[in-house]
Design a protein around this ligand. Sequence first.
Ligand code: ATP
Ligand code: MG
Length: 212
Amino acid sequence: MTLRSYPRFITLEGGEGAGKSTVLTALRDVLASQAHDLVVTREPGGTPLAEQIRGLLLDTHHEPPTTEAELLLVFAARAQHVRETIVPALERGAWVISDRFTDASYAYQGTARGGDMAFIGELERRVVGIAPGMTLLLDVPVAVGLQRARGRGAADRIEAEREDFFERVREGYLARAKAEPARFRVIDATQPAQDVATQAVAHLREWIGANA
Ligand SMILES: Nc1ncnc2c1ncn2[C@@H]1O[C@H](COP(=O)(O)OP(=O)(O)OP(=O)(O)O)[C@@H](O)[C@H]1O
Ligand SMILES: [Mg+2]
């Protein structure tokens, strides 16, 4: 079974503090101003149950999940998100922008945690089944992203990882982008937020022009 790619499904990826949520606001404005039906969502999360799973994943006060438990929780949340939120929206013709999606599992649970990539691929095919048409990867050196993220307050369980973990996350994302150059747009996110947003919006406009 191969993945079904939806042109109107766009994802934002990048490490902690890369600026995904900041860029999302600019993309939302573009689509909203063109009166497109738009669903903005995020992972882990995007449905009430999946948001509860997010809480379990990011919680720092209780027993940490093992690598395998973390992987399965992430995919449990994604299964719910895909069936309940993303696919229904795409099927009615809406645009969907998600702050993170399956690429994040390859980068975090795969490359960074050393999870089994073939198993992640199997979960992607059997549990997720869909892929974004375009993915914007905000690439930033780890120290820069962490400084931005930590400026926001207490670290969650993932944010509290060591720097070498995030170096592997970054490598994992760049490897994904290299393997699928037609889907990915890599943006240098060390630039001022306004410039990052301008480039992301330009990619979006070009994509809408080709796929509206
Ligand atoms: N290009 C930029 N230059 C400087 N600061 C930025 C830039 N983009 C975002 N910021 C700031 O860095 C912080 C993190 O940005 P943001 O929350 O958008 O990152 P994120 O990728 O969504 O992080 P997370 O992975 O933790 O959700 C915010 O305070 C934001 O205002
Ligand atoms: Mg964010």
